[in-house]
Design a protein around this ligand. Structure first.
Ligand SMILES: [Zn+2]
Length: 440
């Protein structure tokens, strides 16, 4: 390895160590090895751990949240009898779901633009984030990631930032040894520049939105550009990984794609192993399938988050459909396996100048917009877009203006955006909610 790359990796490893020690305490390395020991343990140990964590969570929820106190009526409820937590419940009873053991300052607000087309605001606590990061570190290692090694990230970079946040973002990617290619605006020039830079800096892993990864791979393939990066693996996350995305990326980058499944509300849910099976993150969550036979018939996924005590998510209906596999995985890991993960789809929009805009750009505009119950953006033509919204009493004219402006900013100021107020946005026959559709 050339000396400058070795030095950069060393600086980054030291940076990671300092950051984690500062954020998570001096015993951080010990915590990571304890987390790994549990996730590598036999099934009985994992199940016993989960049973204990569930019991503790139910007691906490019963004692400190008005919502669960009323729902459970006892501190030791039978989980199968607890009604699932719906997104609607979170929107309507946010305050009652928050634990009185946490002050407003101790709660960290988070929001989703809605992978199912429904924006949602919710709260997490510091421990939730620390535990979540430990799990990400553990599972990303399956794909060859490690602290300090160069990583190419094709992801929605926070665009249009003021200078201050730009500097912070630059500093943070520098010490993490990350290279960002903005998945929201993949221009030919940006993709070519990153390809050339990566030929110098040689990433060990890629973390990407699958659709952006596919676009990048298509661009390289169309232009006869062959990466010689010796990647250990590619982590695909945040949206549906279609088989043709995976196939092209594996050919172009000569590395395996590992599908990572998660949600902003509950963290990392599952990760694909070297054998191509999706293992469930049983350390952070308890996953159920709402089906009469979860090993034979797919059903909606219900998630109980085991670490977020600021606002417990118990049997949360995340909006995806899945099924368990009964077969032991040849990789040797004993975490249960999720077969056939269905649901979640997005579309990429195209501007008149040919720039591709990732659907995540649009859904991000809805984070924390409180007047919107549901939405769907349809690009009808290069000049016309339809925004369907189901609104509530918090909707204002300013919300409308701001959303229209965000769409025009991405697609062109002369694009006509028609806002249609509807009573509901029905699910298509496939059962997969489509919150962005491009007909271009
Ligand atoms: Zn496996």
């Amino acid at each position: 390895m050339p000396i400058h790359r070795a030095i950069k990796t060393l600086i980054s490893k030291t940076g990671w160590y300092a950051y984690n020690t500062y954020r998570k305490g001096v015993h951080y390395h010990l915590k990571l090895s304890q987390a790994a020991a549990l996730l590598d343990a036999p099934r009985e140990i994992i199940e016993a751990f989960q049973a204990k964590r569930l019991e503790k969570l139910f007691q906490h929820a019963y004692q400190t949240t008005p919502y669960y106190r009323e729902l459970f009526k006892t501190a030791t409820p039978d989980i199968s009898q607890i009604p699932p937590l719906e997104k609607q419940d979170i929107r309507e009873q946010l305050g009652r779901l928050c634990s009185t053991a946490f002050t407003a300052e101790q709660r960290i607000e988070n929001a989703t633009g809605g992978s199912t087309g429904t924006p949602l605001t919710f709260y997490q606590d510091r421990n939730y984030w620390n535990q979540r990061n430990l799990s990400v570190y553990y599972f990303d290692r399956w794909a060859g990631w490690n602290f300090g090694e160069p990583q190419l990230i094709i992801w929605g970079a926070p665009v249009d930032l003021e200078d201050d946040r730009h500097r912070k973002h630059w500093l943070s990617t520098f010490w993490r040894n990350q290279y960002w290619l903005n998945g929201f605006r993949l221009t030919d020039a940006a993709m070519l520049a990153m390809f050339e830079q990566m030929n110098q800096d040689l990433p060990q892993t890629i973390l990407a939105y699958p659709s952006s990864l596919y676009q990048f791979a298509t661009f390289l393939s169309d232009n006869g550009l062959i990466p010689k990066w010796k990647l250990k693996g590619i982590i695909s996350s945040a949206e549906m990984l279609y088989p043709h995305y995976r196939a092209l990326a594996e050919i172009i980058f000569k590395a395996k794609v590992y599908n990572r499944y998660g949600g902003r509300e509950v963290g990392l849910i599952g990760m694909e192993c070297a054998e191509g099976r999706m293992h469930i993150n049983c350390r952070d969550l308890y996953l159920e399938i709402d089906s009469p036979d979860p090993y034979a018939e797919p059903g909606e996924i219900l998630i109980t988050q085991l670490n977020n005590y600021a606002m417990p998510f118990i049997r949360y209906r995340i909006g995806d459909v899945g099924m368990f596999s009964a077969e032991p995985c040849p990789c040797g890991n004993d975490l249960p396996v999720l077969a056939d993960l269905l649901g979640r789809s997005t579309a990429t929009f195209r501007t008149r100048t040919g720039t591709l805009i990732h659907a995540g750009y649009f859904t991000r505009q809805f984070y924390g917009v409180k007047g919107v119950e549901q939405f769907q953006i349809i690009q009808e033509t290069l000049k016309h877009c339809v925004l369907k919204v189901v609104v509530n009493r918090l909707w204002t004219e300013a919300s409308r203006r701001s959303l229209v402006q965000c769409i025009q900013k991405a697609l062109g100021s002369d694009v006509v955006v028609t806002v249609k107020f509807v009573d509901s946005i029905p699910l298509p026959a496939s059962g997969k909610r489509e919150y962005t559709i491009s007909k271009v």
